[in-house]
Ligand binder design. Structure first.
Ligand code: ADP
Ligand code: ADP
Ligand code: MG
Length: 670
């Protein structure tokens, strides 16, 4: 076995490989870019070498630098992870030429499977079923059009050198073919440097089912069953599960044998995945399922943990054993499926805005009780910590949440709960969207195909799981609770509006879903409070709350008691409940003076808007609660007040300036 390996990757996969290496007593060397100088993967390894600038082409793709780092540190082997150099045959060759072991297949296998068209020709010879289509070398547009007409519509055009869903075009009718071809070729030349395409019949009700294979240097090859990755957006995977719902023993054996034949046809060594597209005439008729080879990914995949969960194996350990020359640890007849596993990819993106990738800082990153990089009922694999930034340089995956249960139903329930316990503030993520998918009728009842997200769109996008009334009651309760904690024992320091001679009232103003809202709080004689939402007669009643751990149980009127956790980002409260999450802005500078004070005098814009005026100048002494600036946002003026006593150190904007959400407006010194 190796004594030291270099991990030529970053993020969660680098941490994943390091975890197994550590468990096996193998030393690890990390490489990192400027942006990743203090990244989690650097800390996860025993040594780290800086390889260049933040853009991948300046660091993680600079393989001469990476090989030099391996030599300098005395690493014997290189693990490429996924993405970056993992499917680059030149890199695999260069490793070998430099006397290093490439932890992956031989360069010849990467090359053979690298081009979709070539690999299809090879698979045809090996007797692996292919989607009806054209994958010839002649790229004459007129010929391509004739081929598409022959195959029939809808047809799919793919970049032969493609990957990651890029360049694919579905063509509905013959007249649209020429335009779609031109647009696919444009994207292909930009992304992959080649405009060669292939054409396939667009399979109906398609399911993406892939087989994990493993080969060793002794010529053994096994399959570690299947993963269903049908739930996709933009042809990219969102949820992956194993085993595939509805899979029969006969079909599994058949697909497994085809995948092993595919791997053997290219003398495969190490971990690989053979992807199939599966046609079904109806969702509940597994006997109607027909499978066709799509492509082979010659690396470990993002979704490998679901296979680990159902087989009880550590696939990175297998990779290391095979790469060091050991035979596969188990034979096919020793492999078993236990239970059901599902992985959800948590990404920094905005599902409601066509999954636009998001960037930002993980101001709050709260995870469910889980293991990392090893099997358990709930597992979170990630390469980030709270406070880390999701930068525009790399992909948008924040974490992978993997659950395992005895049955699919149990795994689903665990996934839903684990997602409810995943709280991220500071950037947009798909966490709530994933919950909607998990709870959708199609996913819950395993009516799977790659169009599931489009089909269920009505219940997946622009959903509000915590209504206005619940949001208002919860944020008011949290505010009152924080004030109580602040006020201490001194009766003269109370600032809850309570007066002995009469009922006291207090008004709260909010912005919820871009709309101004307000509520009235009445202090009752017995110390209780009642809350009413203005403009909604029905929404009125006594508000009670009790602290429990990091959150509060809140009850308002006759509504059910709800447990919630809350995080402030400026004036915006992010509320997390088991039912879902929402955000609400509170236009009351005193409402959460406690939290603002903790921010150490940082005064930030609560929302994007315009600076109207400053009420103070540099050098002014200010008292807590004193107005400092006025902002205009969402058609309202909003006063920003001092969270504590201090001296104005700097004004960072001028009246009239537009500022972003969270921008620091002025500095307050103690
Ligand atoms: P999988 O089938 O494992 O989901 P993907 O095609 O989604 O494979 O790619 C896996 C990972 O590889 C992605 O999450 C991304 O990090 C990385 N990746 C894919 N394509 C590229 C690329 N062109 N450049 C850099 N990284 C990439
Ligand atoms: P990539 O290299 O970009 O991953 P793939 O060939 O693996 O490209 O296809 C990606 C996805 O596109 C599949 O998972 C599937 O959802 C869809 N797809 C691919 N081929 C077909 C087809 N012939 N019919 C229907 N859907 C397809
Ligand atoms: Mg693919």
């Amino acid at each position: 076995m190796f004594k030291k390996i270099l991990i030529a990757n970053r993020g969660e996969i680098a941490c994943r490989v390091a975890a197994t290496a550590r468990r096996m007593g193998i030393q690890t060397v990390a490489v990192y870019s400027d942006a990743d100088a203090s990244a989690k993967h650097v800390q996860a390894c025993d040594e780290a070498v800086h390889v260049g600038g933040s853009a991948p082409k300046d660091s993680y793709l600079r393989w001469e630098r990476i090989l030099q780092a391996a030599k300098d540190t005395g690493a014997e082997a290189v693990h490429p992870g996924y993405g970056f150099l993992s499917e680059n045959e030149d890199f695999a060759k260069a490793c070998v030429a430099a006397g290093l072991v490439f932890i992956g297949p031989p360069a010849s296998a990467i090359l053979a499977m690298g081009l979709k068209a070539e690999s299809k020709r090879l698979m045809e010879q090996a007797g692996v079923p292919l989607v009806p289509g054209y994958h010839g070398a002649d790229q004459d547009p007129a010929l391509l059009q004739r081929e598409a007409d022959r195959i029939g519509y809808p047809a799919l055009i793919k970049a032969s050198a493609g990957g990651g869903g890029k360049g694919m075009r579905v063509v509905e009718k013959s007249e649209d073919f020429a335009a779609a071809l031109a647009s696919c070729q444009r994207e292909a030349i930009n992304s992959f440097g080649s405009d060669a395409v292939l054409i396939e019949k667009y399979v109906q009700r398609p399911r993406h089912i892939e087989i994990q294979v493993f080969g060793d240097t002794q010529g053994n090859c096994v399959y570690l069953f299947e993963r269903d990755c049908s739930v996709q957006r933009r042809h990219q995977k969102v949820l992956e599960e194993a085993p595939a719902p509805g899979m029969t023993e006969a079909l599994r054996a058949h697909m497994g044998a085809a995948a092993v034949a595919a791997a053997k046809a290219v003398n495969y060594v190490g971990a690989g995945t053979v992807e199939f597209i599966v046609e079904q005439t109806a969702y509940d008729q597994p006997e109607s399922m027909k499978f066709f080879f799509m492509e082979m990914n010659t690396r470990l995949q993002v979704e490998h943990p679901v296979t680990e969960a159902i087989t009880g194996l550590d696939l990175v350990e297998w990779q290391l054993r095979v790469a060091s020359g050991e035979p596969l640890p188990l034979r096919q007849d020793q492999l078993r499926i236990q239970g059901h596993a599902i992985e959800a990819r948590i990404c920094a993106e905005n599902p409601d805005n066509n999954f636009l990738p998001a960037t930002g800082t993980l101001q709050v990153y709260r995870k469910p009780q889980a293991s990392s990089f090893e099997r358990s009922t709930v597992r979170v694999d990630d390469g980030v910590r709270g406070g880390d930034t999701i930068s525009p340089f790399y992909d948008s995956m924040v974490a992978k949440l993997i659950v395992h249960g005895d049955t699919r139903e149990q795994a689903l329930a665990r996934l839903d709960t684990a997602l409810a316990q995943t709280h991220i503030v500071g950037l947009n993520t798909n966490v709530q969207f994933l919950r909607h998918v998990v709870r959708s009728e199609s996913f819950a009842t395993a009516k799977l195909d790659t169009a599931l997200i489009q089909r269920e769109a009505a219940v997946l996008f622009k959903q509000e799981t915590v209504g206005l009334a619940a949001a208002v009651a919860t944020v008011v309760a949290h505010t009152l609770h924080a004030e109580k904690a602040l006020q201490g024992a001194d009766p003269f320091s109370r600032r809850d509006g309570w007066q002995s001679h009469s009922l006291a009232q207090r008004r709260f103003e909010f912005v919820w879903q871009d709309q101004p809202r307000s509520a009235r709080l009445n202090y009752l004689h017995d110390g209780a409070v009642s809350l009413s939402l203005e403009g909604e007669e029905a929404a009125s009643g006594v508000l009670t709350f009790a602290a429990d751990g990091a959150g509060l149980w809140v009850q308002w009127g006759s509504a059910p008691r709800v447990f919630s956790q809350l995080d402030w980002q400026g004036e915006t409260a992010h509320l997390f409940t088991h039912q879902g999450a929402t955000r609400i802005t509170v236009l009351d500078p005193l409402a959460h003076a406690g939290e603002a004070a903790q921010e150490g005098g940082r005064l930030t814009a609560p929302m994007p808007g315009k600076v109207v005026s400053f009420a103070v100048k540099v050098g002014d002494k200010v008292k807590a609660g004193q107005p400092l600036a006025v902002m205009e946002a969402m058609k309202m003026e909003h006063t920003i007040s001092a969270p504590k006593d201090g001296v104005v150190a700097e004004l960072l904007y001028a009246p009239g300036d537009q500022v972003a959400d969270g921008a620091e407006l002025l500095k307050l010194a103690a």
